[in-house]
Structure formats: C-alpha cells, structure tokens
Write a protein that binds this ligand. Structure first.
Ligand code: CP
Ligand code: NVA
Length: 333
C-alpha cells in the first residue's frame, strides 16, 4: 500500500478518489483474510484512540473497539455524558486537548461540522462514525460486501429505497458515483437527496461512468436491481413527531417480497442495521401499537431470506473500519 492515507481524516467519501476507495477495500479484504487465518500482527501497538459517541451505536462502536484492539491499540470510550465536550468546552478546544493525548479520534454525533472541527484542530486522524449528513465507514462495509457477492462494483445496479436524503442515502449516492455504479434513489420526491449534492455527484459520475437516477415509482426503481438497500425511516436525532408522516410517506417503499420479486432472484437485500423488521424491539412494538404495522422499512420474510446479506455487511464494518484506522495511522516506512 502506498502512503497517501497517512495522517488524513476520514470524514466523507467526497475526499477520496475511486482508486483510494478501491485501495481501502482491498486492504480491508486482506485484513479480513488475515483475521480468519489467525495471522494477525499488531502494527499499531502502543497507540491510543478515543471514541466519541453522542448517539447510540452497536456496530460502529464495537468495530472501532475490536479493530483497534486487533491492531494493538488502546481505546477510550466517551459517551454522550461524562465529558466536558460541547458543554463546558468547545469542540475546537476538545480537539486540541484530545490531539495531545491520542493518535486517532472517532466521532459519532449530529453535525458534520463537529467532525470537521475535530479533524481541523486535533492534529491526528479523525474518523466519521456517523453524522446527520454522512456515514462513510458504513459505505466501505457495504461495498466490500457487494464485491464479495458480485466480484465488482462497476456497473452494479444499486437501488436505495426509503429516506434517500438521510446520512445513508447521501453517502451511498456519493460512493456509487465514485465507483461507477448505477445508483437509483427510489423515494417520494421530497425525500430525494438535496439538489446541490446531486449536482456534485453528477459531476463525479461523469468521470467514473456511474449513472444516477431518481424515481418515486417503486416498480421502476426495483426492476433489474442487483442490490435493494434500505434504512430506517426516522434517523437518530429526528423528533418523535415525524414518525406518523414518515410512515405514511414511506410505507409504499417498504422492501417486501413484491419488491424483491421485481428485482429478481439474483438480487441481494442490504441494510446498514439496526432494522425494524418485526415487533421484537421496544420501538417496533410501540409503532405497532400506534400505527398497526408489523414491520417498517423491510418485512420479516425479506430480512430473513436467503437474499439478505445484512450480517455479512455488519461483520464487514469491523474489517473496513480496521482498514481505515490502519491506513491513516501506519507511519510510512
Ligand atoms: N450501521 C451502524 O452504524 O450501526 P450502529 O448504529 O449500531 O453503529
Ligand atoms: N440513518 C440511520 C443510520 C443508522 C446506522 C440513523 O442515522 O439513525
């Protein structure tokens, strides 16, 4: 691997070229193979990273924790309470303090601006573990999974159904545009990504050969898709009051058997998780009691079907996040 990543932040895929994204995916595949073969080394032994979480997480937190341990590093977790950050101390000051103690910083929270300030002032690599706008480490895991299933990214017909202007919709569109995929956002018009981001991605697509399509027609969106992807209808940080409107708008875009049949039997189903596919969660049951629906963005039969690769994706969070830490922290020889 060359050293173009050393010392860099990982805040949005917009900052990385197609070749660089490919390189990170290749590195992730290598680290995955090493782990499976019990042939891991600990190239970052003695380094320290801090994980800042202003929102909940299972996959991202655990992937950073296990990934850092696998690479030989020590980890500090700071949750939504218990530190001074943002309350008695500015993000800029927090960045400068943490940069004196740690070799890398992960941030999950609300504003993209916050992770950018951390990146600008800490002096160490900062990784975006999800903001309201972007979720770039998730895209690496998704793309590694697609490569494992189809052997390539270029030319893959990728359909995202649901809230296409959330962090996942935005980041998947950027990633698909970079990697030369055929991206379809299938959603009500007012839930398409923002026009300025679409324009940026159209420019990127010109260079990569990607196509971007936007439709509110479910059948048209699903037909011939290699990948049907969805995410929650209400993201972390959004107010409870939006549930009713969102359910009304997005129920027609629920990924169910009919959608998967339109896509065809070789299509795979993907979801970044967590997913509302039954009533076996607190929120799932509350939604059932209030709105009478058993599942939201994906039905139980699709989630549990052979076409569903959601747990491969979840595992790949570890290998791809490890690749990002390794690439940005490993000193050039
Ligand atoms: N997909 C994802 O980011 O999951 P967590 O919220 O559990 O980290
Ligand atoms: N859009 C979701 C993604 C969770 C991984 C959220 O922000 O809650």
């Amino acid at each position: 691997m060359n050293n173009t990543f050393y010392g860099r932040n990982f805040l949005t895929l917009l900052d990385f070229t197609k070749e660089e994204i490919s390189e990170l995916l290749l590195l992730a595949a290598k680290l995955k193979a090493k782990k499976k073969a019990n042939a891991e080394c600990r190239p970052l032994t003695g380094k320290n990273v801090v994980l800042l979480f202003e929102k909940d997480s299972t996959r991202t937190r655990c992937a950073f924790q296990v990934g850092a341990n696998d690479l030989g590093m020590n980890v500090t977790y700071l949750g939504p309470t218990g530190s001074q950050m943002g309350k008695k101390e500015t993000i800029k000051d927090t960045a400068r303090v943490l940069g004196r103690m740690y070799d890398g910083i992960e941030y999950r929270g609300y504003k993209q601006e916050t992770v950018e300030i951390l990146g600008k002032y800490s002096g160490v690599p900062v990784w975006n573990g999800l903001t309201d706008k972007y979720h770039p480490t998730q895209i690496l895991a998704d793309f590694l999974t697609i490569i494992e299933k189809f052997g390539h990214l270029e030319g893959i017909n990728f359909t995202y159904m649901g809230d296409a202007r959330n962090n996942m919709g935005n980041s998947l569109m950027i990633g698909a545009a970079k990697m030369g995929m055929n991206f379809t956002a299938c959603a009500p018009k007012d839930l398409w990504p923002k026009e300025d981001l679409i324009q940026t991605c159209q420019e990127i697509a010109k260079a990569s050969g990607a196509t971007l399509r936007f439709t509110d027609d479910v059948k048209e969106g699903a037909e011939n898709a290699d990948v049907i992807y969805t995410d929650v209808w209400v993201s972390m940080g959004e107010p409870q009051e939006v549930w009713q409107e969102r359910i009304q708008k997005l129920l027609p875009y629920q990924v169910n058997k009919q959608v998967m049949e339109s896509a065809g039997e070789t299509a795979i189903f993907m979801h970044c998780l967590p997913a509302f596919h039954n009533r076996d969660t607190k929120v799932g049951e509350e939604i059932f009691q209030q709105f009478g629906i058993e599942a939201m963005e994906v039905t139980e039969d699709v989630f549990e079907s052979e076409q569903s690769v959601v747990f491969d994706e979840a595992e790949n969070r570890l290998h791809t996040i490890k690749a990002v830490m390794y690439a940005t922290m490993r000193e050039p020889k």
